[in-house]
Design a protein around this ligand. Structure first.
Ligand code: SAH
Length: 476
């Protein structure tokens, strides 16, 4: 299997310093499954290429059933493609050969190591379950120009169609470290297979090599799932760790949520419904009144609002996003996604992601609901949230709700200054919420209207404290 990495950075031979390999020599590394070679077929000032050749020992693979991977069927020994294609073997070889470069270090050219330079990687044969299109979807969001071509099953018989192999070339301005990390993670993802048993330590590898870029990748969920060979628990743990900020595991935060929040707020009921039901009904009204055909429920939790949105025939596209995988599993259960009629099923989609990362999947919607979510964000991350939603996604209508802190004096069991929920990072007074909302509207070209949800209250001192929950509706 072959990979060529080239640069036209001047002097191009600096590639040797970045890879810690002298372009004048032939480098060899012994691996448990074969041998890796690095040579530099071209190395002058204008252009330098490193060719990485990994020889897999097929006899050893079949005889041993390599590293715990059972040979699936007898024919495997004849049709085994592993020796020839760029797969997880190549990832292992990259880490072995270029471990230092992959961690961004260079003894002789440290500054250059941190700098994007023109780079190109070329792989004549990549197994790619999903074809050239998948290769583009994975590499283009990382800033590469991608040329991917399906290889025919047999060039002499075009009628036989395409094989599952792709000729791939990616080019762009990137740090060498990033290119190596992207290949390391994405080659086995394209292949959708690994030559070794995948255990919990794979999460560590994924986070170490993907921590800088994976969270913001629109297909991070598919990447994690395939990288971890479709192990649900590992995937969930990896996604939780990937998005855990200073606050820790988003799944755990979510588990604590329903219990406490609803119990403190349980005291506030209007005839027949809880405060939360009232909040959801209000937001549902805002969305339907806006005439939206497509809607985002951001921080959808266990999908209570989604269930209401699905009942609105005018909504053709309903997308729920949450940072907690567990919450999304809850939503899938609540909505019975698994057994939903196909026409309904097409209207709704659940996405894993964080509101503090720009996300192209959120573009092109008419409306968005953000119900009881902003108070879960660390205040310094609110700026990122504002950009993601109001500058990048830009739905015409946005409904945001958050608790009104002034009302807390009327909630029993809530000691002074504490929040309604242990994961809340803040709770705002009406003045604070309106200052934030007016600021967002002015900066991002929206109009905003503020109102309360739930019964108005009066403090024991006689001062009016407003409603328990507050709503901002942004329109543009
Ligand atoms: N909107 C739901 C859930 C509110 S609880 C409802 O009204 O019932 C807050 C939700 O926000 C949780 O599900 C939590 O996982 C999610 N959340 C917290 N931080 C987030 C972030 N950065 N991006 C996306 N969702 C987030």
């Amino acid at each position: 299997m072959l990979l060529t990495i080239s640069t036209t950075y001047r002097p191009a031979t600096d590639l040797g310093f970045l890879l810690h390999k002298n372009p004048g020599r032939h480098h060899v590394a012994e691996l448990s499954f074969g041998t890796a070679h690095v040579v530099f077929p071209e190395a002058d000032d204008e252009r330098c290429s490193a060719a990485i050749l990994v020889e897999v020992d097929p006899v050893g693979l079949v005889r041993g059933g390599h590293a715990g991977r059972p040979v699936r069927f007898a024919l495997a020994r004849y049709v085994n493609d592993r020796p020839y294609v760029a797969s997880s073997f190549l990832s292992v070889a990259l880490a072995r050969l270029f471990g230092t470069a992959m961690s961004g270090r260079s003894k002789e050219r440290q500054e250059l190591a941190g700098q994007p330079i023109p780079l190109e990687a070329s792989l004549p044969v990549v197994p790619c379950r999903g074809g050239p299109d998948l290769a583009r979807r994975l590499f283009e969001p990382l800033g590469y120009a991608v040329a991917a071509r399906a290889l025919p099953l047999d060039p002499q018989f075009p009628g036989w169609g395409d094989s599952q192999y792709v000729a791939l070339r990616i080019a762009g301005h990137a740090r060498l470290r990033s290119l190596l990390e992207h290949l390391f993670v994405l080659l086995p993802v394209l292949d959708d297979d690994k030559h070794y048993w995948v255990g919990a330590d794979e999460i560590g590898k994924l986070l170490r090599r993907g921590g800088q870029w994976l969270a913001a990748h629109p297909h991070h969920e598919l990447i994690a799932r395939r990288y971890l060979r479709h192990d649900q628990r590992l995937t969930r743990d990896a996604l939780a760790a990937l998005f855990a900020d200073e606050a820790g595991d988003p799944d755990r935060r979510d588990e604590e949520s329903d219990a406490t929040e609803e119990s403190v707020e349980q005291q506030v009921t209007e005839p027949g419904r809880t405060l939360h039901e009232q909040r959801l009904a209000t937001v549902l009204g805002v969305i339907t009144d806006s005439g939206a055909r497509s809607v985002l429920d951001l921080g959808c939790g266990s999908g209570k609002l989604l269930a209401g949105l699905l009942k609105q025939p005018g909504l053709q596209r309903i997308v729920g996003l949450d940072v907690s995988h567990r919450a999304l599993e809850g939503a899938a259960r609540r909505l019975h996604l698994g057994t939903m009629a196909p026409r309904q099923r097409e209207r709704v989609q659940l996405l894993h992601g964080s509101l503090t990362y720009r996300d192209v999947r959120l573009r092109g919607f008419d409306a968005a609901a953000v119900v009881e979510v902003i108070e879960h964000l660390d205040p310094p991350r609110l700026v990122a949230f504002e950009k993601v939603l109001f500058a990048d996604a830009r739905p015409r209508t946005v409904a945001v709700t958050t608790p009104n802190a002034e009302y807390n004096v009327l909630l029993a069991g809530l000691p002074d200054g504490s929040f309604r929920h242990p994961d809340h990072r803040f709770e705002w007074t009406r003045g604070e919420f309106s200052e934030w909302a007016e600021g967002v509207a002015a900066r991002r070209g929206y109009r905003v209207e503020l109102s309360g949800i739930g019964p108005e209250g009066t403090a024991p001192t006689g001062a009016p404290v407003g409603c328990p929950s507050q709503l901002a509706v942004f329109r543009r």
